[in-house]
Ligand binder design. Structure first.
Ligand code: NAP
Ligand code: MN
Length: 258
């Protein structure tokens, strides 16, 4: 890899780490903001989401890696005091590429991609939505909203909704309810539903007024929409691994103990 770029969270520590990395890497690689092959995300998981969206227009030719300066760091491989190890690993040039699935959704004539999840949320009134799976009616949902997450996003919002944590390499999406209403008159599945590539989820409503469409860190108004179609995309985000951090170790470090 010859061309790189850094996406940096705008706090003091992240800026310091970015400058130090740049000083070291500029002698062996070219800095190319527009068409990098390697994107180094310095910050937290939110910074990684921002990085992936920034380079979505050339997602097939970019590889991402994260240096962690924030609070959690589930999507990042190096801690802030390990940036010299990172430079050493880049110089050694031994790596493994792995892919993270993206969701592809269409709403209001626009196509969006998500690394973590798609959320349809309404805090003003109960949102009624008919859920179709592969064009067949599945159920009517009533409540605050629905979240459809990837395996990578299963540890993010999905986890707060009681969804399952799914190994990030799995080509699966998970539909979870946000405060669903369940009683004798209104019934929906209630439990998270995990589906694979062969499924398309469609959320239909004749009234999305007041509802928002959340796509990772981005938020859009759903006014005027009548349906949202969601599939696991053929496009994938490439992540580069210079050192192997087993998934279970990542999970333990982030949620249980160091
Ligand atoms: P944020 O408010 O900073 O994100 C909330 C937390 O989610 C942060 O601690 C963030 O880590 C962490 N996070 C993001 N992606 C993750 C992943 N794949 N696995 C584990 N943790 C993850 O907002 P943000 O940084 O812009 O991130 C947007 C994401 O936040 C959304 O995609 C959504 O999943 C998540 N979110 C969660 C809740 C909730 O759990 N109730 C509410 C809103 C948003 P960093 O601190 O390292 O950024
Ligand atoms: Mn964040």
């Amino acid at each position: 890899m010859k061309k790189y770029a850094i996406v940096c969270k705008q706090d003091k520590k992240s800026i310091e780490v970015s400058q130090a990395i740049r000083l070291e890497l500029d002698s062996i690689m070219d800095y190319d903001e527009k068409y990098p092959e390697l994107v180094i995300s310095v910050g937290g998981d939110g910074t990684m989401l921002y990085s992936v969206h920034k380079y979505m227009y050339q997602i097939e030719s970019v590889s991402f890696i994260g240096i962690h300066t924030g609070t959690l760091g589930f999507l990042t491989d190096y801690q802030k005091d390990e940036y010299l190890d990172f430079i050493e690993d880049v110089k050694n040039n031994k790596y493994h590429i792995y892919h993270r699935c993206l969701l592809e959704l269409v709403a209001n004539g626009h196509t969006y991609y998500a690394l973590n999840e798609v959320r349809v949320e309404n805090n003003r009134r109960s949102q009624v939505m008919d859920i179709y799976i592969n064009h067949d009616f599945f159920e009517t949902f009533r409540g605050n909203g629905l979240c459809i997450s990837t395996a990578s996003g299963s540890t993010a919002y999905n986890k707060s909704l009681g969804g399952a944590v799914i190994n990030s390499s799995a080509g699966l999406m998970q539909l979870s309810e946000i405060a669903g209403i369940h009683h004798n008159a209104y019934r929906s599945l209630g439990s998270p539903l995990i589906l694979d590539y062969s499924h398309k989820i469609e959320l239909r409503s004749d009234n999305f007024d007041g509802a928002i469409l959340g796509v990772d860190q981005l938020v859009f108004d759903l006014k005027g929409a009548d349906r949202i179609e969601i599939v696991l995309s053929n496009k994938k985000a490439r992540f580069i691994q210079y050192r192997h951090v087993p998934y279970i170790q990542r999970l333990k470090r982030a949620y249980l103990s160091d």
